[in-house]
Design a protein around this ligand. Structure first.
Ligand SMILES: Nc1ncnc2c1ncn2[C@@H]1O[C@H](COP(=O)(O)OP(=O)(O)OP(=O)(O)O)[C@@H](O)[C@H]1O
Ligand SMILES: [Mg+2]
Length: 360
């Protein structure tokens, strides 16, 4: 079995008596990207700083390629950890040109360095700008130089803290994909911090979802998105509709029909949760909706409250006849119903999550 490039075990850190990192454990294999994803203030950067060696944890251990770099008694300095850093304010040295910025991380003879610097810049597509100064580069170009600089010492682990947040959307997508390619190619283990679910899903082999200092769920983006551990985890990725119900005989009766709740005791209140794109819409046929099906349950009628055109899709909000609550749907944008239109909604059974009530 391959040794993980990075292993974090039971890492904890408090500031002024408040625990901001709470028993965090994870590992990253060579060439893999793990995203620490979570809301602002949940402890992502603090975790990363502890791995980098610029923050001393209260407890826990960190290994790089099987070598212990931090525990209760040992604290290897940052420069000896074989870790590359790329942070949001990645600041290149303004008085050095591109070549000198990249060479900064290299050790060895000057003559050998030029070749290495050229190779690195070629890899990030910046060789033609080798003689420029940072102020002569765009934000995206600076980012690429910063990546080349971080890769120069061939780190085993690359830590990235919201490295793309200064870039506009289109450029960011390109730079993300290019960066990922270069990092995978270099075989480094990447721990990337972000509070954006879209960025995490695009970049990560594995997402570690963090909340209030703890990792609440770990898994491939597909699994985290499709089998969230609780309502909050589901809500972190999109709007969520919640339909309330009570379990009786392993079933929950709702206006959308019955939902299975195996093993849940009678009388338990549950939230049936569904993402807006997993509601189906159908036409009103003189006050009647489509026939119930096993896959989509019973239709319930609602009236369009608001419909917004978003390009590839429309967001349509309904006020439901059964209790006046609002449900949000996301449908292909060829469909943009007028406010006041009565329509019928159905819930895709295979896409809903059932959680005990009161989770968020
Ligand atoms: N040196 C410090 N002294 C005191 N409190 C700190 C210190 N560093 C961080 N904190 C606090 O610890 C908590 C976690 O901070 P951290 O920077 O790890 O959050 P984050 O998840 O990276 O958030 P963001 O997405 O906003 O960057 C915050 O409440 C922050 O105020
Ligand atoms: Mg942070």
């Amino acid at each position: 079995m391959t040794t993980p490039r990075l292993t974090i075990s039971h890492l904890s850190k408090s500031f002024d008596g408040r625990q901001v990192v709470n028993d965090v454990s994870l590992s990253v294999m060579p060439g893999q990207v793990t995203c620490l994803l979570g809301p602002s203030g949940c402890g992502k950067s603090t975790t990363l700083r502890a791995v980098a060696g610029v923050e001393r944890p209260d407890s826990g251990e960190i290994h790089v390629d099987g070598v212990m770099v931090c525990d209760q008694t040992t604290m290897i300095p940052p420069e000896d950890r074989s870790i590359g850093l790329m942070f949001q304010d990645f600041a290149l040295f303004p008085h050095l040109d591109v070549a000198a910025n990249v060479a900064f991380g290299l050790k060895g003879r000057k003559a050998d360095m030029r070749g290495q610097v050229e190779n690195l810049l070629k890899r990030v597509g910046m060789l033609r700008h080798i003689d420029r100064y940072p102020h002569e580069l765009s934000g995206g170009e600076q980012q690429r130089v910063a990546l080349a600089r971080a890769l120069a010492p061939k780190p085993k682990v690359m830590l990235m803290d919201e490295p793309f947040s200064g870039l506009d959307d289109r450029l960011r997508d390109d730079i993300r994909d290019e960066t990922l390619e270069v990092l995978k190619d270099a075989g480094a283990a990447v721990l990337l911090v972000t509070h954006e679910p879209a960025e995490a899903m695009r970049m990560a082999d594995e997402i570690a979802l963090m909340r209030a200092g703890r990792i609440v769920q770990r898994g491939a983006p597909y699994n985290i998105y499709n089998t969230p551990v609780d309502l909050k985890a589901a809500q972190f990725f999109s709007d969520i509709n919640v339909i309330k119900g009570t379990v009786e005989g392993a079933l929950t009766e709702t206006p959308f029909g019955q939902f299975l709740a195996p093993g849940v005791p009678d009388g338990t209140q549950v939230d049936i949760c569904i993402r807006p794109q997993h509601l189906k819409i159908d036409f009103d046929r003189g006050g009647r909706g489509p026939l119930p099906t096993p896959a989509d349950g019973t239709p319930a009628r609602g009236v369009v409250k608001r419909a917004r055109f978003m390009g590839s899709e429309s967001l349509v909000e309904f006020v439901m006849d059964f209790d006046g609550s609002t449900l949000k749907t996301q449908v292909p944008s060829v469909f943009l119903p007028k406010p006041g239109t009565p329509l019928w909604l159905m819930i895709r059974r295979d896409r809903c999550f059932v959680f005990p009530a009161g989770g968020a």
